[in-house]
Write a protein that binds this ligand. Structure first.
Ligand code: GLA
Length: 350
């Protein structure tokens, strides 16, 4: 494993790690926000390219409004009106997304310097990131000890194992926010990618992108990805949900057959043959088609990120679960261990 200096944040050294597997797949990640900086995989001709959006240097990630590549916590996605009530106590969070709290607040897990411990074992090469979020940080109760393990295996999988423990009850919903473009970073939009989601329901949203509470069937709507479909084929339909989301920005309810990781999403880019399969233990996956990218961000190698130049598939619990007792619970209590696993598997289809 290669280790390089990537700069420093408020006096804390930031390192860039390069993980490589026996097939030459290469993942670079940093302990600032646990950010995945690059993922290089072959296409059907064996040509390697970087398939995630991001920046060339640490400076770019300090702002990073789109959350490129980062670990998201304590609570991925939105909490309505930036507040929730837990065990009779109301907690207030910063409103950093209209009236909502988004992705853990102003300084979420994407903006903190994690401790990193590289490892190599029989399953692969990886990094163990740890971070303790203090009681009251960003308005959340309890000291939360979080541990996220990234492993690159020789089966061309990048796995994420999340663990957390708390000393007071708190909501926890951790995810990874890499933006993929399987044609190669900066090559164009992702509208030609073909997506299958293992989900026959989704959580419809209101104008603030907060779930209404309904679990709605995707059938007969442009949110039906139960069969492989080009992302661009219906994205501009005058469908109420697509209008509210400015495209796809929805949590899909994964069809679960067992508690272990199940296939949530299958993404294929027809020109290069690159495929990404997402497996997870989470109940939902947020499919975000990069709608808010607007050409104002210049990323790696001068690439200008225009609308829909990347997409995210974020395994997670449903948005705003702390305010929706009918959703699977996101509350972690003292003595319990939060555990979650996601696998990104890379391959090519000729
Ligand atoms: C998530 C949300 C989107 C957007 C991005 C960050 O994926 O669902 O609405 O906020 O993060 O830009």
């Amino acid at each position: 494993m290669k280790k390089e200096k990537f700069g420093s944040v408020q006096g804390n050294a930031v390192t860039l790690y390069t993980l490589t597997n026996s097939n030459g797949l290469e993942v670079r990640a940093t302990n600032f926000g646990g950010i995945i900086v690059s993922v290089r995989t072959p296409d059907k001709q064996g040509r390697m390219d970087d398939i995630v959006l991001g920046f060339d240097d640490l400076q770019g990630y300090l702002d990073n409004k789109p959350y490129f590549g980062a670990i998201i916590g304590r609570y991925a996605n939105r909490i309505a009106a930036a507040r929730f009530t837990l065990d009779g106590v109301q907690y207030s969070l910063a409103a950093n997304n209209g009236p909502n709290s988004l992705h853990g607040g102003i300084k979420g897990f994407n903006k903190v310097v994690w401790s990193a411990e590289p490892f190599e074992n029989s399953t692969g090469v990886g990094l163990i990131f740890t971070y303790t979020s203090k009681d009251g940080e960003e308005g959340y109760p309890g000291n939360l000890r979080a541990k996220v393990t990234y492993t690159l295996t020789d089966q061309n999988e990048l796995t994420f194992d999340y663990e957390a423990m708390t000393d007071k009850a708190t909501p926890v919903n951790l995810t990874q926010h890499s933006y993929f473009n399987l044609a190669g970073d900066g090559r164009g939009d992702i509208l030609g990618h073909e997506l299958t989601l293992n989900a026959d329901r989704f959580t419809p949203v209101d104008k603030n992108l907060i779930p209404t509470g309904e679990l709605r069937a995707v059938k007969n709507s442009p949110l039906d990805f139960t069969k492989s479909t080009r992302i661009g084929s219906r994205i501009n339909d005058k469908d109420e949900q697509l209008v509210l989301g400015h495209g796809y920005d929805h949590n899909f309810v994964i069809h679960r057959t067992d508690p272990g990781p199940v296939l949530a999403a299958h993404l294929r880019e027809p020109q290069t043959g690159r495929v990404l399969d997402v497996y997870t233990t989470e109940p939902g996956v947020q499919f975000y088609s990069g709608n808010f990218l607007d050409g104002t961000i210049t990323g790696k190698q001068g690439h200008v990120y225009k609308q829909r130049f990347g997409l995210a598939l974020e395994p997670q619990h449903f948005p705003d679960s702390p305010n929706h007792p009918e959703f699977p619970s996101t509350i972690l209590r003292p003595g319990q261990v939060y555990q979650s696993r996601t696998v990104y598997k890379f391959s090519v289809e000729k």
